[in-house]
Every structure is written in C-alpha cells, then in structure tokens.
Design a protein around this ligand. Structure first.
Ligand code: IPE
Ligand code: IPE
Ligand code: MG
Length: 235
C-alpha cells in the first residue's frame, strides 16, 4: 500500500501549518549558496500546495518569513523577496485555475511596495475561491500579532475580551486552529509561530530538510497525526 493510501480520508487535519526550515543547510551540504536552498524550497512549496489541495485539506499555512528573519544578511533577505515576487507572479493564474484562496498572515507594510501590490492582488482575486486556503506567513511573528490584537481590542473599547474576541483580532481570523504543525529540519522549537493558535495542535518534527520534503513525507506526517489521541484536556 502506498503512503497516500494509508491516509484515512475521513480523519484529515483541516488545517496544516508548516515551519519550512532547512533551506540553508540543504544548500550548505552541497557547498552551494544559501539562496539556492531557498530556490529549491520554493519548488517544494509548489508541490506541497498542489498535494494539499488534491487531498482536500482546507487550510495550509506556510511560514515563509519571520519578523526575525530581517536580521539575516541583506543579500539573503533581498534574494528571498525576489523569490517571493516571482512565486506570486507565476502562481496567481494557477491559484485561480485551482480555486485556491490566497491569504497572508503578517505585517506586510514592511515589504516593498511592489510586493505589497502583488500580495493584495492575489488576495483580492482569489478571495471567493472554494478549495484550499493557502495562508502564507510573511513578516510574521506571533508576539507582534498578539500585541497587534491587544491594541486592536483596546481601540475597539473591548476591555474584557473573550477568546473569540481575541482570535478575531489575529491574522488567522475565521480560520480553524491548526490540527497539525509540521517542522522540517529537526529543530524542536516554535520560533515565534502561531503561539495562540497552536494551543492544542499536534506537533510533528522531521529531520528532512525543506527542499527534500515531498508528498511521501507529507503523508508520513498525516499518518502519524492520525494515530494521535487528541484529548483536549479531557479523559
Ligand atoms: C527556512 O530555511 C527558510 C527561511 C527561514 C526563510 P533556513 O534559511 O532557515 O534554513 P537553515 O535553518 O539555515 O538550514
Ligand atoms: C523559522 O525558521 C522561520 C521560517 C521558517 C520562516 P528560522 O530558521 O528562522 O528559525 P530559527 O532561527 O531556527 O529559530
Ligand atoms: Mg532555519
């Protein structure tokens, strides 16, 4: 039986979030510049988005750039931004064709004007699409998001917010919390990702580097997730 056939389609995670880590190490292993790792990482993104859509997963959140990643060397940051722009330009048509609804989590006001325009266009043109929600976390940091939510609540005069009020002030408003969080490259940490939203998320860490991640590795994560006993604090 193939790995895909081992997935129980009646127990799919609704929302899968991925910390796409290891592009730099992938390149280093091959004595290549880090940016080549990122270029190959984008290829994996395309494959995994397509596969998630085919599996009928509802939401896929991909951590593409953190609020801390600005502290990397300038040429790496600008290389990643160029890759992002190329990705958006080349994928918009594909998103529309495949009914993928594109969203962004993060403060995009720090990105260049042209990238902001590309992002807004993609969000706008795909907002009514009915298959996979592709949520790209860009200049995303959970602490920044939580502070933003606090300020938002204060500005609305909500002094005694409920969990729902708070969730509604996050970038992920309206999305279910992730059921499964995957981190590639073996690091056992969260790195400022979705701190509020992952309260009861199942975590799966693989040593596979992101450019090497593929459909089979994704299947393995889902199969592992389906063996978990999710108790949500009950018995
Ligand atoms: C993840 O790969 C991509 C981003 C954070 C943009 P890394 O670039 O962090 O790769 P490693 O961790 O150095 O291998
Ligand atoms: C997390 O990876 C951020 C993204 C995948 C975009 P990092 O490589 O930035 O995280 P650390 O430095 O290992 O915590
Ligand atoms: Mg890393």
């Amino acid at each position: 039986m193939s790995l895909k056939e081992q997935i129980d389609l009646t127990k799919l995670p609704k929302h899968v979030a991925i910390i796409m880590d290891g592009n730099g190490r992938w390149a280093k292993k091959r004595m290549l510049p880090r940016i080549i790792g990122h270029t190959n990482g984008v290829k994996t993104v395309k494959k995994i988005v397509e596969f998630a859509r085919k599996l009928n997963i509802q939401v896929l959140t991909l951590y593409a750039f953190s609020t801390e990643n600005w502290q990397r060397p300038k040429d790496e940051v600008s290389g990643i931004m160029t890759l992002l722009k190329t990705y958006l330009k080349s994928e918009l048509e594909n998103m529309i064709e495949n009914q993928i609804s594109f969203r962004v989590s993060g403060d995009i006001s720090r990105m260049s004007e042209d990238i902001q325009a590309e992002l807004k266009e993609a969000v706008d043109k795909t907002k009514d699409m009915k298959s996979l929600v592709l949520n790209l976390a860009l200049n995303y940091g959970s602490r920044q998001e939580i502070l933003m939510a606090c300020r938002d609540l204060m500005s609305k005069g909500i002094t005694n917010p409920t969990e729902q009020d708070f969730s509604d002030c996050l970038y992920t408003k309206g999305l279910p919390d992730p059921d499964l969080l995957i981190r590639t490259s073996g690091e056992m940490r969260i790195s400022n990702f979705l701190l509020w939203q992952i309260a009861y998320t199942e975590i799966y860490v693989t040593d596979v580097l992101w450019p090497d991640f593929n459909e089979d590795e994704f299947c393995k994560a889902i199969i592992d997730y389906q063996k978990r006993d999710r108790r949500f604090g009950k018995v």
